[in-house]
Design a protein around this ligand. Structure first.
Ligand code: DQA
Length: 141
């Protein structure tokens, strides 16, 4: 059974409430249940934290065991060398995901510290960005 680890960073626990015009009005738990139904043959593990070091710990602990990591690092995308280094430290391929199209937003969202450590990047497709990332990881297996 393929094992995919989804990791959400800061403020992504607020999906459904947070800026619905940007991120939609659905909670991640609701979406995750649908995603798991869509991939009954895949073990989809989920972790969310608002703390950078906890995200590093999660990458380190799943990164040799999972077949792929789907990472939405939220605002840490644009600031975190530590997450870049963590991704480079493990063997599992990662896909960077964003719900919004960060390139149509403020300039500070245009740069990512983690893209270079990822297999690819998917952004701008709403929550469906996560499914697209799983598809890409399964296709690359
Ligand atoms: C985000 C985009 C980031 O710029 C922002 O800080 C987030 C969410 C997205 O999914 O669109 O928290 O990663």
């Amino acid at each position: 059974m393929a094992k995919i680890q989804i990791i959400n960073g800061p403020n992504l626990n607020m999906l459904g409430v947070r800026e619905p015009s940007v991120y939609g009005s659905r909670t991640f738990d609701d979406y995750l249940a649908e995603l798991r139904q869509h991939y009954p043959e895949v073990q989809i593990d989920y972790y969310q934290s608002n703390h950078e070091g906890d995200l590093v710990d999660c990458i380190q602990s799943c990164g040799f065991d999972a077949d792929g990591i789907v990472l939405n690092a939220g605002a840490y995308t644009h600031t975190s060398v530590a997450l870049c280094d963590a991704l480079r430290s493990v063997s599992a391929p990662a896909v960077e995901v964003h719900i919004s199209n960060v390139h149509t937003r403020e300039d500070f969202r245009h740069h990512s510290y983690i893209s270079a450590a990822c297999r690819g990047v998917i952004c701008g497709f709403g929550l469906d960005s996560y499914r697209l990332a799983i598809e890409a990881l399964l296709a690359a297996q």
